[in-house]
Structures are given as C-alpha cells and as structure tokens.
Design a binder for this molecule. Structure first.
Ligand code: ATP
Length: 239
C-alpha cells in the first residue's frame, strides 16, 4: 500500500488560492521531497496532511486512512515536525523526551520510548543539559527524536536542516536516512537542492500551488539535460 496519496488537493485562504489541484504519491519506505519557491504551497500541503489544516477540496490518504474523515486514525501513524518547532527550554533533553513519551505510553514502554529517542538524538552527556543551553543543531536533533520516538509509520519534516551549519546538516541527513532504513516513510520539504538529491528517492516540484514535476532526481536531471536539481528547478519554475 502507498504511504501517501494526495488527489486533487485544493486549499484557499479566503481569496488566496494556496493549493490549486495538487497530486502526488509517496510509496511505502520512500523518502519523498517537496521542493518549490517561497509561497509555492509546501508548508500548506504538509500541514493539511498532518491534519492541522482543513482541505478545501480533494482527498488525502495516509496508509489508506482518510485525512479528513479518519483524522484520529491518521494521527496515530504520523508525526509532523514543523519548521519552527521548539521544546520546553527549562527541561533537560531527557526530561523533554520523557514528557513527550508520557502522552504515548507508561512504565516500561515509556522508558523504552525515551531510550530510543535518546539514541536518535545522540546528544551524549548533553541530553542531561537544559534545552535552553542547546545549539540549533542539538535542538533539531532533539526535535527529530521527539518526532520519531513513538515510531510513526509516516514522518513529515518541514525544512528540517534550515539554518544549520554544514556538519549539523550532514548529521541530520544521516539521522533521516537511518530513520528511513528503520521502515518509516518520510515526506520532507527543503530549499537545499543538494540535500534533496542526496536524500530523496523521488521529488515533486510545487509552483503556484501545483505539482509541475515529479520523479527521481536522476530522471528529472535526464529529462531536463541538467547537471543537478538546482538547474532542473530553475528551468521548470515559472517566473
Ligand atoms: P516557503 O518556502 O516560503 O515556506 P511554502 O511553499 O511553504 O513557502 P506556504 O507557506 O504553503 O508556501 O504558502 C502558500 C501560499 O499560501 C502563499 O501565497 C502564502 O502567502 C499563503 N498562506 C499561507 N498561510 C496563510 C494563511 N494563514 N493565511 C493566508 N494566506 C496564507
């Protein structure tokens, strides 16, 4: 079964047409990338799939569950990490993960979830430092751990490496690959074309609320006679 099917998705904010008939499919086990210029509709699409925003029209299924009519079922199998997510600054990293785990489980299951979260975050001794002392990179690792610790089937990551330095972004990409290998299907958005090419099995390019391209990075490069995805992007996006 496909991880995600988005069919004829429309979203208006009052007069503004943010999504103008979006279609794409994420297969089970894939890392799928959404790319597109500022304001193209990426975050709106991710928020709708995450059940946080209503659909104007269209249909979305996550592992066969309808986002509009079975939103509780969808919430049980997804995890969404917004670009601007934060954690409670007064808690230590470990206490924050335990706090989040307490919403999902008790006793041994809760301890196991925290253990797994700590493994994903891989913060060493700093897991016992207060979150307010974390660098941006450490914070992002903690938030990814939070998003993954309950072992969702489908993870939605908005701009997960934005604002990070080269080493931190590299390490976050490694974490994402590990998560995918553990069997989680992943939908991410990014403005970093190197990252998309490196991480994603397939990508969709959104422009003015429509998917204008969809395919593997290699296939898209070939189709456009381009050396990299940045070149594909520039050629495909209308001014
Ligand atoms: P970016 O790359 O800059 O994050 P994006 O591709 O994620 O952009 P969206 O944030 O989904 O784009 O925005 C799509 C369109 O919807 C834009 O025209 C934006 O101005 C509009 N929009 C988004 N949120 C709202 C809102 N709450 N109210 C009104 N318009 C909105």
């Amino acid at each position: 079964m496909d991880a995600l099917v988005v069919k004829n998705l429309y979203k208006n904010y009052g007069e503004i047409v943010a999504l103008d008939g979006i279609n794409f499919t994420v297969r089970d086990g894939e890392i799928f990338g959404l790319i597109g210029p500022n304001g193209a509709g990426k975050t709106t699409t991710l928020r709708i799939i995450s059940t946080l925003l209503s659909i104007s029209s269209g249909e979305i299924k996550v592992f066969g569950k309808d986002v509009a009519t079975e939103s509780n079922e969808v919430r049980k199998i997804i995890s969404y990490l917004p670009e601007d997510a934060g954690a409670y600054k007064n808690l230590t990293g470990r206490a924050y993960l335990d706090f989040i785990a307490s919403f999902f489980a008790d006793g041994e299951a809760r301890r196991e979830m925290v253990r797994y979260g700590m493994e994903v975050a891989d913060l060493g001794d700093r897991i016992d430092s207060k979150v307010e002392t974390y660098s941006k990179g450490m914070m992002r690792r903690l938030l990814i751990a939070r998003a993954i610790m309950a072992k969702p089937k489908f993870a939605i990551l908005d701009e997960v490496t934005s604002g990070l330095d080269v080493v931190n972004a590299f390490e976050i990409r490694e974490i994402i690959q590990k998560i995918a290998k553990s069997g989680v299907s992943i939908l991410l958005s990014s403005h970093n074309m190197f990252e998309v090419e490196y991480l994603c099995d397939r990508v969709a390019l959104i422009d003015h609320g429509k998917v204008v391209l969809e395919g593997t990075p290699a296939g898209l490069k070939q189709r456009y006679g381009a050396n990299n995805i940045e070149e594909v992007f520039t050629k495909a996006v209308s001014p």
